[in-house]
Write a protein that binds this ligand. Structure first.
Ligand SMILES: Cc1ncc(COP(=O)(O)O)c(C=O)c1O
Length: 441
């Protein structure tokens, strides 16, 4: 409850900021306590895939809650969790479909933590106890808990906690617009993928358990998809060194990029997939770790007991939300609609490209980003102090449009991008005036 002076009792994300109270959601719109309507142009943080305020989701959650809201996973499974696990596996890459399993969490960070520990224990079960390090890429984000931070390559988000997190190793991202090797695709011959091989050769690969990466980099780079050939080369390197491949699809999973999981764009079959966000479309905190059969088998032949757990894992009401969202996705053919709607969005955003400070419009399906540069010829980023992403966010907000800003896509601090689903700001005069839906509907 706010006090009479408008003060809050919440420990906010930023104690200097004032946060309006969101009271209602309707499709692409969020309405605050003052009656102001915001166009949610990014589904918040790429979460609300089916839109706000879909009544059947709340009904399904209430129904489950009325039957049984909680049963501890050391003693029970629930119908909702069983059903959702089977449905998620049925749309996963082929290698998960026969005898894969799903471990439900309460969000993406917990999914990353789970995957890190799963990879470690897999090698204990398989008689390779020296393997524990999980490598990842620079300019990546895998969550905010300490284990997830240790793999995240987002320098700004890591910095305050650097003394508390191990550095297991980070390799180059696949980011052609600012290629870390100053090369050009395809003549580069995928130097960024080979960076993983070089790192493994130079840094005792016998201690490495897994490589974790985002097939389309979301929060840190602003919707940067892997180039063709990259994921296949990465998979080959992982196989060669005997390490697991983990795809972080917390943002890209459950249809966001036009296939149920982005890995499928390249026929990739990772050992583990993480997902979250869209799986319950924000109606409940839910994440998931998809575990491929060969890992399941190693556990079955070994101790069979994963030394890990959360009180709220596989929560019946959260998984009921997941099932209701899944029903909605199927009933409205939303998986199929992402690619054509993404093309419409891309066409609209293309109008921005003629702006002197728009470096690139990029993305896959309905995960699209716009990178702003100081100089479009040299691709020089704006300095961090210019705070361009925040200024753009503010400018959009003045027009009641919510976007997802980001900084640090070029170096730790510089480089500005925003996830937009709308023709916006300076391009508005050229662009279509009809807004593109913020969600997959
Ligand atoms: C790729 C990726 N992994 C993990 C996470 C962490 O998820 P959560 O914020 O639900 O803990 C995020 C969140 O933005 C993400 O984008």
């Amino acid at each position: 409850m706010r006090t009479a002076t408008g003060a809050t009792s919440l420990f906010s994300r930023n104690l200097r900021k004032h946060y309006p109270i969101a009271v209602r959601g309707e499709g692409c719109w969020i309405v605050d306590a003052e009656g102001r309507r915001y166009l949610d142009a990014s589904g918040q943080a790429a979460v609300v895939n089916i839109g706000h305020g879909v009544p059947e989701i709340g009904r399904a959650m209430a129904e489950q809650s009325g039957r049984i809201a909680f049963a501890h996973t050391t003693q029970f499974h629930s119908e909702q969790a069983e059903k959702l696990a089977a449905r998620v596996l049925a749309i996963a890459p082929r290698n998960f479909r026969d005898d894969g399993r799903v471990y439900f969490t309460s969000g993406g960070s917990e999914a990353t933590e789970t995957a890190i520990k799963l990879a470690r224990q897999y090698f204990l079960e398989s008689g390779q106890p020296s393997r524990y390090r999980v490598l990842a890429r620079r300019q990546s984000y895998h969550g905010s808990t300490l284990g997830a931070m240790s793999v995240s390559g987002n320098v700004a988000r890591r910095a305050p906690y650097a003394p508390m997190i191990p550095e297991w190793g980070h390799v180059a991202p696949c980011f052609c617009y600012h290629c870390p090797f100053a090369k050009t695709y395809p003549e580069c011959n995928l130097a960024c993928a080979d960076d993983l091989d070089m790192f493994l050769r130079a840094n005792d690969s016998s201690t490495v358990a897994a490589f974790l990466f985002e097939p389309v980099v979301g929060a840190t780079l602003g919707a940067v998809p892997a180039v063709d050939g990259y994921t296949a080369r990465i998979a080959e390197i992982c196989r060669k060194h005997g390490i697991l491949l983990i795809a972080d699809e917390v943002m890209t999973g459950m249809g966001r990029t036009g296939t149920p999981f982005a890995s499928e764009h390249w026929g990739l079959e990772p050992d583990v997939i993480l997902t979250g966000k869209g799986i319950a479309s924000g109606y409940a905190p839910l994440g998931a770790v998809l575990v491929s059969p060969r890992l399941v088998e190693a556990f079955e032949k070994g101790t069979a007991a994963f030394m890990h757990g959360f009180t709220y894992q596989a929560h019946p009401v959260a998984t009921a939300a997941g099932n209701a969202v899944f029903d909605y996705l199927e009933a409205h053919s939303l998986f199929e609609r992402v690619t054509p709607t993404g093309q419409t969005l891309r066409k609209a955003l293309a109008a921005l490209e003629s702006h002197a400070h728009v470096g690139q419009v990029r993305g896959l399906g309905l995960l699209q980003g716009v990178e702003f540069v100081k100089d479009e010829v040299t691709r020089e980023p704006f300095p961090k102090e210019a705070d361009i992403a925040e200024k753009i966010r503010q400018a959009a907000l003045e027009k009641n449009v919510l976007v997802y800003p980001g900084q640090g896509c070029v170096t730790a601090c510089a480089g500005t991008m925003c996830y937009w689903r709308l023709p916006s700001l300076s391009s508005r005069k050229n662009a279509s005036s009809s807004p593109i839906p913020c969600n997959m509907r």
